[in-house]
Design a protein around this ligand. Structure first.
Ligand code: PEP
Length: 245
């Protein structure tokens, strides 16, 4: 399995021109030994799709509707089929910011994963514990619960382990903590999806930067990284990609 470095641009850059400039800078990058995925905001998807066409850099969205309908009376929603039509191949689901700010439950994330897969998109499902949960010694139990609730039967896609307290804070778990969680997730997936667990990449996300990427990406069961802040600077994002061995 090739390492995947995914960029979550969140609600950035603030203007379309910034998103286009970032896509242009990525387009200039040399051939890579890893797979790259960028997930701009909805409003920049069409422009970034056009700019990245033919580069091998995959395009993802940051959410999709939970309904399996391609269209319908769902004000403000964007269906997975609409995203696919734009050239999107992946969709981030259940990011901790959506779980916290939009009150997305595991059941909602699961329904979105089903809708995404039905439309031919690859779901990238995020899980991760809060600081209080880790302090209470419940990190692995919380993540196991999120996996059980968010991944539909027959899941085929990507998982991102993102401790909530590491996102955008500059804090990261120790290498041992990341390795222990990824080993636990791998064991969990092997139990639930015995036939395909080895083909389900598990990314680490949370303050991955050029300076710590090599150590994180070298850990067992870490299939790549989901990168927030550092994905907004093309040279940092590409440096993280270059750090993968
Ligand atoms: C994220 O939001 O998915 C993320 C990992 O952010 P950051 O890299 O900024 O911590």
């Amino acid at each position: 399995m090739r390492t995947l470095i995914a960029g979550n641009w969140k609600m950035n850059p603030p203007g379309l021109a910034g998103a286009e400039a970032l896509a242009r800078a990525l387009r200039l990058s040399a051939a890579r030994a890893v797979d790259l995925l960028v997930c701009p905001p909805f409003t920049a998807l069409a422009s970034v799709a056009a700019l990245l066409r033919g580069t091998g850099i995959a395009l993802g969205a940051q959410d999709c509707a939970a309904t399996g309908e391609a269209g319908g009376a769902h004000t403000g929603e964007i269906s997975a089929a609409m995203l696919r039509d734009l050239g999107v191949s992946h969709v981030i689901l259940g990011h901790s910011e959506r779980r916290a700010h939009q009150a997305e439950s595991d059941a909602t994330v699961r329904a979105k994963a089903v809708a995404a897969a039905a439309a031919g998109l690859i779901p990238l499902v995020c899980v991760g514990e809060t600081e209080a949960e880790r302090r209470a010694g419940r990190a692995q139990a919380v993540v196991a619960g999120q996996l059980a609730g968010s991944l539909p039967d027959g899941f085929s896609g990507i998982i991102a382990y993102e401790p909530v307290w590491a996102i955008g804070t500059g804090l990261t778990p120790s290498a041992g903590e990341i390795a222990a969680m990824h080993a636990a997730i791998a064991a969990d997936l092997a139990t639930r999806f015995p036939a395909r667990a080895a083909a389900l990449p598990v990314l680490y996300g949370g303050s991955v930067k050029p300076g710590n990427a090599a150590e994180v990406l070298a850990l067992a069961h870490v299939g790549g990284a989901l990168v927030g802040g550092a994905s907004l600077v093309a040279e940092d994002f590409l440096a993280i990609a270059a750090a993968a061995r």
